[in-house]
Design a protein around this ligand. Structure first.
Ligand SMILES: [Zn+2]
Length: 160
């Protein structure tokens, strides 16, 4: 179940996604929250500005968690993200043993939106997180917020 507290963190993810657009990057943002509700780290997509297509926020948070948290803290942490993890990020999440994931919009939605916007097929297949990391509790998409993520993708493509 997605709580009011979850929605608050997802809203921050959408703010980070909007910041990414302002920096010329694709609209994705993510937040790592500890078991006690503390925001531990946050990041946004940096693919274009870093000239590195692996600079996804979920990957950055998995690496941050590996460096800064012990196994118990990682397992009790939640990752919030504007768009469902790609297979690379889902694998990183699974490898470092992070806990629950809550996303605003799904990979299937993003793929359909980008296709409608005339963006060619992704070089990496959109696979649900649980097919990559079956032990992870996953929630999303969140009705209402997914529409806002759709709008961010439209805005980003209009600036290209
Ligand atoms: Zn990714």
């Amino acid at each position: 179940m997605v709580t009011d507290n979850d929605l608050q963190h997802l809203r921050r993810c959408l703010e980070l996604a909007a910041e990414a657009i302002d920096a010329g990057d694709e609209p994705f943002g993510s937040v790592l929250v500890g078991a006690d509700g503390t925001v531990l780290a946050e990041d946004r997509n940096r693919e274009t500005s870093a000239r590195d297509q692996t600079q996804h926020p979920e990957f950055a948070l998995a690496r941050w968690a590996a460096t800064h948290l012990d196994a118990d803290a990682r397992a009790a942490a939640t990752v919030y993200t504007s768009g469902e993890h790609c297979p690379m990020c889902a694998a990183a999440h699974g490898w470092v043993g992070l806990g629950r994931i809550v996303f605003a919009s799904s990979s299937a939605q993003t793929s359909a939106w980008l296709s409608d916007l005339g963006v060619g097929p992704s070089p990496v297949r959109a696979i649900p997180i649980q097919e990559v990391a079956p032990g992870v509790a996953v929630e999303g998409p969140v009705p209402g917020l997914d529409d806002e993520v759709h709008e961010l993708h439209r805005r980003y493509r209009l600036t290209r």
